[in-house]
Design a protein around this ligand. Structure first.
Ligand code: SAH
Length: 344
């Protein structure tokens, strides 16, 4: 058990077991959520308690194995080594509205999307709640930049690690912890329909991002195996239910792939299929992955696609590519590191 995965009341129960007065839990919780690396940093705790905690519940903190800073836009990418030797990536992006971290939710991924570097070696394991929290905490500590926004768009499929992700959200949102509003959190999924319904029931204020990437099943089946389990019609129906339940507009991600999903006819088909669903489109020029034959769309194709959506009243933004000079997209750094170290 890791204390950093516990809520404040749960931590209280552990400390009570150890014979501690009730105010201790809050002290320990606050320190843990500051990203301390040792109990000795918890200066308002008696020495014997610090020693007892260190013995029973050692503090895990990820090690920085690579850190790359973009010369262009200040984006910082971290490759962390977890306590079992596995690595995950976190990216810090500096937007005008606040510093945003993109965190990983799994080591690897089993979804198999054709354009994505994170899934090439399959799923190794899911991350524990504290391992997601640590990415936010230690990015803030290491960079010295206050983090206000989180996107779950790194390595892994968040809804394939549902319970741990929900617990992470509770932790990061807690008043005594980082106190990050769920309105500042986006969760991205490739489209696990039953889990979208489960999420809807929780009525969280976060933004649900759905990786759609195709106007129909014919195209989506080619690039996203998940579509065979949950075809796009079912996915869009789940998005409608999600909206009805939460009243939160869905954000669709759409990687623009040359000659695959980027024609004006594709945009028109999307418009027809999304009729009446409040949505926003994030158009992402495909990041080229070495192992894949897929290529990014031309600037002109992206612009025409965007214009078609917007004229139909669907807001569409073209995502700025940050950190293009530092392998900052989706599993590329981990993959490179593992290759260099013969881990893959
Ligand atoms: N598993 C989740 C979240 C992780 S990926 C999901 O599928 O949504 C975050 C986003 O990056 C997803 O929309 C994913 O499809 C997209 N992505 C992955 N590889 C990409 C690439 N090479 N170029 C552009 N977008 C990519």
């Amino acid at each position: 058990m890791n204390l950093k995965s516990l809520t404040l009341p749960e931590l209280g129960a552990v400390l009570k077991e150890m014979g501690q007065p009730s105010f201790r839990a809050k002290q320990v919780y606050i320190w843990l959520h500051k990203g301390v690396r040792s109990y000795d940093e918890m200066t308002n705790l008696p020495k014997n308690l610090r020693d007892a905690l260190a013995k029973t519940y050692p503090i895990h903190a990820p090690k920085v194995v690579r850190k790359q800073e973009s010369q262009r836009d200040g984006t910082i990418k971290y490759l962390w080594e977890l306590s079992d030797g596995n690595c995950v990536e976190t990216v810090l992006m500096r937007y005008h509205y606040g510093n945003t971290v993109c965190i990983s939710t799994e080591v690897g991924c089993r979804m198999g999307c054709a354009f994505c570097a994170s899934t090439l070696g399959g799923l190794v394991r899911r991350l524990e709640p504290f391992e997601m929290l640590d990415q936010v905490l230690f990015t803030q500590v290491d960079s010295g930049l206050p983090i206000s926004h989180i996107v779950l768009m790194g390595i892994g499929e968040p809804l394939d690690n549902f319970d741990n992700v929900m617990r992470f959200l509770e932790l990061v949102n807690s008043e005594e912890g980082m106190n990050i509003s769920l309105r500042h959190v986006s969760l991205s999924t490739c489209g696990l329909v039953p889990k979208i319904d489960e999420l809807a029931k929780r009525k969280l204020q976060l933004t649900l991002s759905v990786s759609l990437h195709a106007p129909n099943d014919e195209v989506r089946n080619q690039i996203m195996p998940v579509n065979k389990a949950y075809p796009s019609e079912e996915l869009l129906a789940a998005c409608r239910r999600y909206y009805d339940e939460t009243r939160r507009r869905i954000s669709f991600e759409y990687a623009m792939i040359d000659g695959v999903n980027d024609s004006v006819a594709d945009a028109r088909e999307l418009i027809r299929r999304l009729k009446g669903l409040p949505a926003h489109f994030n158009l992402i020029p495909l990041n080229h992955v070495e192992e894949s034959p897929l290529k990014p769309s031309s600037k002109a194709a992206v612009a025409a696609f965007q214009k078609t959506l917007e004229e139909a009243g669907i807001p569409a933004t073209v995502r700025r590519t940050l950190g293009g000079d530092i392998d900052a997209s989706c599993g590329q750094l981990r993959r490179k590191y593992n290759r260099e170290n013969q881990k893959d």
